[in-house]
Structure formats: C-alpha cells, structure tokens
Design a protein. Structure first.
Length: 454
C-alpha cells in the first residue's frame, strides 16, 4: 500500500487523537492506592475498553490481575489465514512527583512549544493512541490486513507483575505471530528506532536497625551505633569512586556493539549541570545498555525540617538494580543481597525484601518482522534509516511473552524519545512523532501481512 493514503488519513485524525489523549491523560491512573484512588485507574481501564469496543474489537474484557489491577484486552479478527499481531501499551503512569515543578498541570494535556505536556502523554497513554491511529488509518484504506490483539496493562510502572502472572495462568490469551510493544522510543526525535534490548530490574527494600529507640546525640552519640549512618555506608558500597556500580560478583565491564550515544547528547538529554561529571567508565552506550546500574530511589529518615538531635535507631531505603541482557535477574538479586549483608557495618541488623523484579530482554533483529518494520519506518521517516538501539529501562512483560511464545517475533517502538522526559516532571509527547509512528505501525502491519503471504 502506498504511504500517501495512510499518511493523509493519520494526519486528518490528529485532532481527534489530541482530544482522546487529553481525556486519557486526565485520569490519575497511578497504580499505587496509597497515593491515588483505585477509581482513577479503573476509570482509565474502562475508557480504554470503550475505545476498543468503538473500533469493533471483540471479546473486550477487563482482566483482574493478581496484583489487584486491571489490564484491558480486545481482539479484532482479520482476513482468513492472516497472521496475528499483539499490540501492547499501558495506561498506568508514574506519579507526577513535584506538582509545583510542572509548568502546566500534570493530568491536563497542554500544548506548548509544539509539544503536548501531561503525565503519560508519551509513557504510555500516547502508545495506546498510536495503536488506535494505525488501525483507524488501515480501516479507512481497505481494512486491517492482520488479526489484532490489544493488551493494555494497568500496573507496568509499579513492577508488581500482575499481567505477567495473568498471562502465565492464561497462556492462550496473548498468542500471536508477532508482538509490537508500544512502550519504547526513538533514539532521537525524528530518528526511527527499534529497541532490541532491555535491562532487567529488581526493587529491594533495605532496613537497618541498631537500637531499641532513638537516643540523644549528645548523651550517646559517638558510641551508640547510628542506623542512618550504617545505611549510608551500605548504600555507598554499591558504587566505586567514579560512580560505577559495584555489586560483588556482578560483572560491570560489558561493551555495547552498535549505535552509540555521544556524551554531549547524553549530557543535554539528561540535563546534567555544567561542570558535573558523568559517572562510570566506558562509552555511554556501554554504561546505559550493557552494564548494571544501581539507584537509591528513596530513603526513610527524618527530613531536615523538624529533625531532632538524635542517634537513629532505624533507617530504610528502596534500591533499584538494573540488570543487562545476559544476566539472570534471580542471580543478580542473590549477589545484591549478599553484597549488602557483607557491607553492613557494626553487625547492625539488616532486613531485605524484594518488591519487584523482571528479567532483561534481547530481541532477534534478523527476523521477518524487523524487515517489515524497517521498510515501514523508512517510508514514514523519508531520508532516515531505521536504527536499532538498547534501552536502559525494563519491561518485564517482554520476557514473560518470550517465554510463553518463543516463536513469536517482538519489536519495541514508541514515543519516549529523550525530549519526552518520561518519569520526570513536564513529561511531553511530540505530536509529529505520534503521527509518523502511527503511519509506520500501519505500514508495518501491511508489510508484515504481505511477508506472511509470500
């Protein structure tokens, strides 16, 4: 199918897409009931289900997953004998963090300087809108040439594994010939990219106890073991002097072969302050896509305001470890736990709890699906060759699907290019990127159907 009719149709649908994304962003669908009402996530799930029904999807269902959230499923039958493609996105989002730092309200889609701002605009409510645009463009130009399954997750950002567990218990539900994960992004705005690797991850709660209760720092300080000081020492042991991750027994010297990430571009994308050094060694691509990375996500201790002169009896932290392809996350967790135990000073009592985990992922980039996507992306982005990159983040569902359906091909695309600033304040999406990727996805479905007929 020529690109022009598809591209023209998607362009004509963009005002509708903006309105729909605005409605979807308005739901405060953070899958953490301690922070946001469950009703917000349930309302978002129902909105997604209604959108699928309106497009003629069958068997639309709200799936109650074991972690207490809902994923939305639908099936759109294609021509007889056509392959089946599974399209994935998620409607849950990260919390807005600092509301005051948002230039416009986090849950109100706002156009500014050619971008649409709002939590989830790129990650990943915009991914669901991308799927809708691609399917609508095909329906308007002769029909969808494949059977389509859509699954929209409700707890991806929490890492609680509800959809993975549901899929494992119902393996027939998501069977497909190929899978398109709409939760990645182009390496650079306007540069068509498929993500081929993902780091795995684990979240570990760390708690240190040293005393039966807090003590006066003047009367007891200098002798009584301070739990907060012990915790700081434990956490500091996870990094070398240059900032490299140092978990005893976990290799951190792998090299990334392929697309490189210039340091100047990374500094700009990450908004590193002038004069501040990057951490680690090797190329940026090595550090970001091929090596482990530890991050302290939060610490439980008294805030500065209201702090008292006390030796602390207890302190805690939440630690994230990103695990590169080729490393089993279960083994990495064992090494991390053993490291923390070995580096806890003063025989302080240490309690560890794994609260989330997912295996790393590596795709087969020689598959027919990649060939079909390459042609589609290069048509949607004239003059640009499709790039294959890694991604430092994690999508645990990818490995679950690979395990359940080892013959299925998998591609990761999406709207989370660097300027989108996902997970940060003032997240945004480029409407031009949404438009071009929707065209690319539509063309991919056409190309893929034709490749299966050859």
């Amino acid at each position: 199918m020529p690109i022009d009719p598809i591209a023209e149709t998607v362009a004509s649908l963009m005002p509708r897409a903006k309105q729909e994304l605005s409605e979807l962003v308005a739901f405060q669908s953070v899958a953490d009931w301690a922070q946001f009402p469950r009703s917000e996530s349930e309302a978002a799930a129902n909105w997604v289900a209604d959108a699928l029904r309106a497009e003629g999807f069958q068997d639309v269902a709200l799936l109650d997953t074991p972690d207490g959230t809902q994923s939305v499923y639908g099936f759109l039958p294609g021509p007889a004998g056509a392959p089946t493609v599974l399209l994935y996105a998620h409607y849950d989002v990260q919390p807005p963090l600092d509301d005051a730092a948002w230039i416009s309200p986090a849950f109100e889609l706002t156009e500014r300087d050619g971008r649409w701002y709002g939590r989830g605009a790129a990650d990943c409510k915009g991914g669901f809108i991308m799927h809708l645009l691609a399917l609508r463009a095909l329906k308007a130009n002769g029909g969808v040439p494949v059977s389509v399954k859509v699954i929209v997750e409700g707890s991806e950002e929490q890492g609680t594994g509800g959809l993975q567990q549901y899929a494992e218990a119902h393996p027939e539900l998501l069977t497909a010939d190929t899978i398109v994960i709409g939760d990645a992004g182009n390496f650079r705005l306007g540069l068509p990219t498929v993500t081929a690797t993902l780091r795995g991850m684990t979240l570990l709660k760390v708690k240190v106890d040293t005393l039966g209760g807090n003590l006066h720092s003047g009367m007891f300080g200098g002798v009584a073991p301070d739990a907060l000081a012990a915790l700081i020492r434990v956490l500091d042991s996870l990094r070398a002097a240059d900032g490299s991750t140092t978990v005893d027994g976990l290799a951190s010297d792998a090299v990334w072969e392929g697309l490189q990430y210039p340091e100047a571009d990374f500094r700009a994308d990450a908004r590193v302050l002038d004069g501040v050094e990057l951490i680690g060694n090797g190329t940026v691509a090595d550090r970001l896509w091929a090596r482990p990375a530890v991050t302290v996500l939060g610490i439980d201790c008294p805030p500065v305001v209201g702090a008292t002169p006390s030796v602390h009896a207890s302190a805690g932290a939440l630690v994230s470890l990103r695990v590169p392809p080729g490393v089993d996350v279960t083994e990495a967790i064992k090494l991390l736990e053993a490291h923390l135990v070995a580096h806890t000073p003063w025989q302080a009592r240490l309690a560890l709890e794994v609260v989330g985990q997912g295996q790393p992922f590596q795709a087969n980039t020689d598959s027919p699906a990649y060939t079909s996507m390459r042609a589609a992306m290069e048509a949607a982005y004239p003059g640009q060759e499709m790039q294959i990159s890694g991604m430092g983040g994690s999508i645990p569902l990818c490995n679950t699907l690979t395990s359940l359906y080892p013959e299925a091909e998998m591609l990761l695309i999406g709207l989370s290019e660097p300027e989108a600033q996902i997970h940060a304040v003032n997240e945004s999406v480029s409407p031009e990127e949404l438009e071009r990727l929707s065209v690319a996805e539509a063309l991919f479905l056409v190309n893929y159907a034709e490749s299966k007929r050859d």
